[in-house]
Design a binder for this molecule. Structure first.
Ligand SMILES: Nc1ncnc2c1ncn2[C@@H]1O[C@H](COP(=O)(O)OP(=O)(O)OP(=O)(O)O)[C@@H](O)[C@H]1O
Length: 270
């Protein structure tokens, strides 16, 4: 269970990016975080693992108050928070396998990590994960030889090999085409369901979020203005989150897509 209590972030510039945000995410729940540019979505995700230091309030993950941890304990706690990025953040000249294994760097000792010598159990797990994300035949390819969708699959496998308690996902599909975006969202949600893993997915595409998650949180100007199921996102609530716009088209798109999307195989390759 993740709990945010009055989480507030004011940047040195004076920007108040989060205003006393309260949020509770139970084990196994996948939440889409939506909101206009500048609403505070990235700040919220980064305050959870303290890549951005909150100004006040607390973050509690499975009974541990992350906001109180010193640097050593924070490093240990961060191992259990997998992060998936928009731009994948892979090491381009390393292979798919090496990139996945880099998710274990927080666990292996200094020399092993320096020499990149991983225990056999990590290598076995990396193969299992690559198989699960549909990339087992590409283990030896260099990251810079992959498509965007394949890169994101590597990013997902790298996050999962950390054995995370929570996934923090920052715009995972922003650089992908619509079909690959769906495949990646489906894969993330399936993996969370299989592992009882909670996730927060910062996502710009409301229709895509509505297709895959059970709960949507809408941020506006650093405040939660919507928290509920995707099917209750009406034009009025979307206006509350994003401001005036013709929302009927967005909502219709979801309904159309839901009808036609079942043809894709589970975990299909990008
Ligand atoms: N490093 C920073 N220094 C100062 N202000 C910042 C910094 N990062 C973000 N902000 C400000 O905090 C607010 C929230 O930004 P944030 O990036 O969290 O929003 P967002 O919802 O993720 O936006 P986007 O969807 O465009 O990525 C904005 O007003 C932004 O200008």
């Amino acid at each position: 269970m993740l709990q945010l209590n009055k989480l507030t972030k004011q940047y040195a510039t004076g920007d108040l990016a989060l205003k006393a945000v309260e949020l509770e995410i139970p084990k196994g729940q996948v939440v889409a975080l939506i909101g206009p540019s500048g609403a505070g979505k990235s700040t919220l995700i980064r305050c959870i693992n303290r890549l951005v230091e909150p100004t006040s309030g607390s973050v509690d993950l499975n009974g541990k108050e992350l906001t109180k941890l010193g640097s050593g304990a924070l490093r240990t706690a961060r191992r259990r928070m997998g992060m998936i990025f928009q731009e994948y953040a892979l090491v381009e000249r390393l292979t798919v396998m090496e990139n996945v294994l880099s998710g274990r760097l927080g666990y292996v000792g200094f020399w092993r990590s320096f020499l990149r010598r991983y225990p056999q159990s990590d290598i076995d797990e990396a193969f299992r994960l690559l198989e699960r994300v549909g990339l087992d035949h590409m283990a030896d390819k260099r990251a810079d030889e992959l498509s965007g969708g394949q890169r994101q699959r590597v990013g997902i496998a790298r996050a999962l090999i950390q054995d995370p308690e929570l996934l923090l996902v920052d715009e995972p599909t922003a650089s992908l085409d619509p079909k690959t975006s769906r495949q990646i969202m489906r894969l993330i949600c399936e993996l969370c369901a299989e592992r009882g893993l909670a996730a927060i997915i910062n996502i710009h595409d409301v229709a895509l979020a509505q297709m895959f998650v059970q709960r949507v949180v809408g941020l506006r100007l650093g405040e939660v203005v919507y928290d509920g199921p995707p099917n209750q996102l009406t034009p009025d609530t979307l206006t509350q989150i994003y401001g005036e716009e013709d929302w009927e088209a967005t909502i219709e798109k979801v309904e159309d897509d839901e009808e036609g999307d079942d043809a894709l195989p589970q975990g299909a390759l990008a």
